[in-house]
Design a protein around this ligand. Sequence first.
Ligand code: SF4
Length: 247
Amino acid sequence: MHHAGRIHSLETFGTVDGPGIRFVLFMQGCALQCAYCHNPDSWDTKGGQLRSVDEILAEIEPYVPFYKRSGGGITVTGGEPTLQAPFVAELFEKCKERWGLHTALDSSGFCDPYHAKRLLDATDLVLLDLKMIDRAGHEHLTLQPNDRILAFARHLSDAGAKMWIRRVLVPGWTDGLSELLALGEFIGELNGVEKVEVLPYHRMGVYKWEQLGRAYRLEGVSEPSPDEVERAYRLIEQGKRAAKAAR
Ligand code: SF4
């Protein structure tokens, strides 16, 4: 079956979303409304451009040698890519069949694992954003609860998936002492986590909120310093060690 996908944009030379040099496909549509989102124009599930799997494969093809030589591959992000799971599954399957490309799925985890089963079978690495462990804090930040996301993380762990866990560090929002320890503890209880990345909050997408006429909720929040990022790594590590010791 051939699926069309709603695409927000693409990048042919991505270096921050998974290992090596990567083709990065941004899918349209997201059900969260993270206060720090730098792509609020990707939320509308009816926006973007409809493209076929074959059209995307043709975009990837010229660069395949670069991706392979660098130990890279393809990353599908968003928006939220699991909202279009059948399209992404077909794309990943074809990338593997044709070129043996490494596939990474960058997801908020706001997804029913059974809905994404075929997609997960074709995924080599999940980049999972754990935005907040604290339930109320998560709802405040994203306007959605996090139960489904934490359940998705546990499902990946049980299914033997490889994961990189990511946390966007927003001073005063996602960087509290107990929150970062709890994140570390949660990660320490999972299998398959190969890496933890703290991504400093940045303000590069603020102009998009203005263009869309949306009120930006992080007005006045500054980007974290290298020391604050370092502290976050330390606290997460401390939480992980505590969880591992208790296992
Ligand atoms: S999950 Fe990603 S795309 Fe969706 S609102 Fe949050 S940051 Fe934006």
